[in-house]
Design a binder for this molecule. Structure first.
Ligand SMILES: *[C@@H]1O[C@H](CO)[C@@H](O)[C@H](O)[C@H]1NC(C)=O
Ligand SMILES: *[C@@H]1O[C@H](CO)[C@@H](O)[C@H](O)[C@H]1NC(C)=O
Ligand SMILES: *[C@@H]1O[C@H](CO)[C@@H](O)[C@H](O)[C@H]1NC(C)=O
Ligand SMILES: *[C@@H]1O[C@H](CO)[C@@H](O)[C@H](O)[C@H]1NC(C)=O
Ligand SMILES: *[C@@H]1O[C@H](CO)[C@@H](O)[C@H](O)[C@H]1NC(C)=O
Length: 456
């Protein structure tokens, strides 16, 4: 064993704390909503061959966790939304879950955090009230197994948790969420020395505002930048502006000390015609430039000393994801393990430039609505509904209990409402009334009970 003088010991401590503070990293989400992906063993080889040493899963699938054992790859696992009510209600549920789905694999599988739920505030099943109790029970169960110092508990929130994100300095959480869930969640994160998980997609902001947002600003390319009118800080890319909007929102309620990890970000390599900006070239630019930016190790204008840590979305194109074409084209790899485009995930220089592809704008006029096609069956309708109200960020409040469109309480009626809400939000652009064939366009206002379908 080496001998350290008190001074060199002190220097060593100083050095290691500086290093750990300055360490920025990039991980990748390993989503599996597909029927054509390589086996988990092959995936682990793929991760290793590309130097990917951090991944995030959406469950605790045992074949995946076993394949990752002894790989030295850090893993964020998840307790899916459908288990939140059980986890909230019953500490023995989380005890059992931690025992068979975490402790069983740890430490040979390097689980370093648990995402309790995913984008819970936009879950159409209204699971928000279960979130904090579920997180508390998972944390208490980790304590019982003495894993709480090694495995963090958090929950990825969508950027739509913010009521305001522009200008960045005006960032604030939705007022209806602050007292019931944001503050108690941040209290738990603070107390357990965990971090806030946030999913940040500049692509969505760009698609909705392509006339106002410069593509170079969205893709980390050279551009004049955007000055925040509130605090005068200058942003050179939309990603950092969005992350800082979350920091501003935390700051506004006095949680400046809680760290943040971006648990999803990405850009699709293909999209519907109206999904302006979805292209191989842009996906390569976004992800490639993001990785370079993150690996500089510097933070955002609001938190310059906190390195950015991100998980790209996603490892593979996932052919069974519902929603528009873009949803199935976020992958860095095709299922056959070929790269969709050349980028480096480790900061090494890569050569090839990807082929150009073009997104063109479609103009749609006249009043149209989008409704569900009940002939496709309940499963497809439900998947489309979940997408529209979830990642699609349609306004689904009216179809929740007590809402104006809750009655008739049928899947067909609720799906129609959600599909139309999404379609109108997307300005009725081509391809946004599809949901994997579960929807079609009509030219007369739909009639379901007393419900008014917006047409804008
Ligand atoms: C495991 O990964 C860590 C970084 O996460 C690294 O410091 C360590 O050297 C790796 N160990 C092995 C055996 O590769
Ligand atoms: C936990 O692990 C068990 C055993 O592998 C599995 O049957 C169960 O589905 C898992 N539960 C959850 C919620 O992932
Ligand atoms: C909502 O609940 C239904 C019924 O329990 C389930 O089939 C569906 O998958 C849930 N949706 C989400 C997004 O969890
Ligand atoms: C992309 O589309 C624009 C407008 O339709 C066109 O002017 C441009 O030439 C196209 N670029 C490529 C590379 O096809
Ligand atoms: C969703 O949660 C809100 C707030 O807790 C509640 O008012 C509403 O009735 C719930 N809706 C459903 C469908 O459970």
């Amino acid at each position: 064993m080496a001998f350290f003088s008190p001074l060199s010991f002190f220097l060593l401590l100083l050095l290691s704390s500086t290093l750990s503070h300055a360490h920025a990293w990039v991980g990748v989400n390993y989503g599996r909503i597909a029927d054509n992906l390589p086996s988990p063993d092959k995936v682990v080889q793929l991760l290793k061959s590309h130097g990917i040493d951090r991944i995030k899963l959406f469950d605790t699938e045992s074949t995946v966790l076993s394949a990752l054992s002894n790989s030295n790859i850090s893993v964020v696992v998840a307790l899916p939304n459908e288990h939140l009510s059980s986890a909230a209600a019953d500490p023995s549920f989380t005890d059992n879950w931690v025992q068979s789905n975490i402790s069983h694999f740890y430490p040979s599988t390097k689980i370093d955090a648990i995402a309790v739920g995913n984008e819970v505030f936009v879950d159409p099943n209204n699971t928000t009230k279960f979130l904090v109790p579920a997180m508390q029970n998972v944390y208490a169960s980790l304590q019982k197994f003495n894993l709480h110092n090694n495995i963090k508990v958090s929950s990825p929130i969508a950027l739509s948790s913010l009521a305001s994100s522009y200008p960045t300095s005006s960032g604030s959480f939705r007022p209806d969420l602050i007292e019931p869930v944001i503050k108690p969640m941040l209290d738990l994160l603070r107390q357990s020395q965990s971090y806030l998980m946030v999913n940040v997609y500049p692509f969505f902001a760009y698609v909705g505002n392509a006339d106002k947002i410069s593509i170079d600003y969205a893709l980390f390319r050279e551009n004049p930048g955007v000055v925040d009118s509130g605090n005068g800080l200058k942003y050179s890319n939309l990603f950092e502006a969005q992350v800082d909007a979350v920091f501003a929102a935390m700051s506004a309620i006095k949680y400046d000390d809680v760290p943040l990890v971006v648990t999803e970000t990405g850009w699709p390599s293909q999209g519907e015609e109206n999904e302006i900006g979805a292209s191989t070239e842009n996906a390569a630019a976004y992800n490639g430039n993001l990785v370079k930016r993150v690996l500089t190790g510097s933070g955002t204008p609001l938190r310059p000393k906190d390195p950015l840590n991100v998980y790209l979305f996603a490892l593979f194109n996932e052919n069974q994801k519902p929603g528009p074409t873009s949803e199935r084209n976020y992958g860095l790899f095709y299922p056959n393990e070929e790269k969709v485009y050349e980028i480096s995930l480790t900061g090494d220089v890569v050569g090839a430039t990807p082929p150009d592809s073009n997104g063109s704008k479609v103009e749609v006029t006249g009043q149209t609505w989008c409704v569900a096609n009940e002939n496709v069956g309940a499963e497809k309708l439900q998947a489309g509904l979940d997408y529209a109200c979830g990642e699609g960020q349609a306004d689904c409040r009216s179809i929740q209990q007590g809402g104006a469109c809750y009655d008739p309480n049928s899947l067909q009626a609720h799906a129609s409402y959600a599909f139309n809400s999404y379609y109108q939000k997307m300005k009725r652009a081509a391809g946004t009334c599809d949901f994997g064939g579960a929807a079609y366009i009509v030219t007369q206002p739909p009639q379901y009970g007393k419900c008014d379908f917006p047409s804008q």
